[in-house]
Design a protein around this ligand. Structure first.
Ligand SMILES: Nc1ncnc2c1ncn2[C@@H]1O[C@H](COP(=O)(O)OP(=O)(O)OP(=O)(O)O)[C@@H](O)[C@H]1O
Ligand SMILES: Nc1nc2c(ncn2[C@@H]2O[C@H](COP(=O)(O)O)[C@@H](O)[C@H]2O)c(=O)[nH]1
Length: 195
């Protein structure tokens, strides 16, 4: 397993679907110049999603081959699709930029924490249940898709207790203000550790 160097950090954005993890994580990444490690998925691409920007969209056959070859650090099956992150991508991105972020469900967030301990900061993003449904509807998800994703709501919400930081994302600009302040503290500390 890759051993993280002193200054390297992994931010994991987690929480229930539709809470705004991706929106918040990408804005924070852009502001603070932190790069994302993308997952691979067998899920069908949504209308607004772009290959190699949101995910690497691959076939189930390719996913299974990569899995058999031990390329994934962790995988999940969710709503009939497979998702995983490749160890090599984590390693190369850390070496290139020092700090990375990922957007994962509770299982992935907690596996990384177990593997990398204090180097992993889990950021739990949440919003009211009805608001999550509304956001998924507005994005054009079908009622069946929303129901499948919301099945996980309770378990995903319960994971807040495990996370290092919690943010209510009812108001995006407030969320961004608070998260940026928190991440900056970690980044400053990490730079000071270098001295
Ligand atoms: N604070 C907010 N207020 C209103 N809408 C928001 C807010 N944050 C994000 N959204 C919108 O909610 C929808 C879901 O956001 P996003 O994709 O970032 O969520 P997610 O937690 O990554 O969930 P998923 O994995 O289902 O995409 C998007 O259309 C996004 O623009
Ligand atoms: N444990 C992991 N969770 C992942 C990974 N890639 C995405 N996800 C999470 O899965 C659900 C569904 O994603 P969606 O894009 O279909 O809405 C969501 O919670 C993602 O954050 C992964 O590699 N490992």
């Amino acid at each position: 397993m890759y051993e993280l160097k002193d200054k390297e950090l992994i931010f994991v954005f987690t929480g229930p679907n539709g809470a705004g993890r991706k929106t918040v994580a990408d804005m924070a990444g852009l502001t603070l110049n932190i790069k994302q490690v993308l997952s691979y998925t067998t899920r069908t691409r949504r209308a607004n999603e772009v290959e190699a920007e949101d995910y690497f969209f691959i076939t189930k056959a390719d996913f299974d081959v990569a899995h058999e070859q031990g390329q994934f650090i962790e995988i999940i099956e969710f709503a009939g699709n497979s998702y995983g992150i490749k160890s090599e991508d984590i390693e190369s991105q850390l070496e290139a930029s020092g700090c990375i972020y990922l957007i994962l469900n509770r299982e992935g967030a907690n596996i990384l924490k177990k593997l990398y301990g204090d180097k992993v900061i889990r950021i739990f993003i949440y919003a009211d249940r009805d608001e999550l449904i509304k956001r998924q509807q507005e994005r054009g998800d079908s009622p069946e898709q929303i129901a499948r994703y919301m099945n996980d709501f309770e378990k995903e919400s319960a994971n807040r207790e495990e996370c290092e930081h919690l943010y209510d994302n009812s108001d995006l600009s407030h969320t961004m203000y608070d998260i940026t302040k928190t991440l900056e503290k970690y980044l400053d500390r990490s730079l000071q550790d270098l001295d």
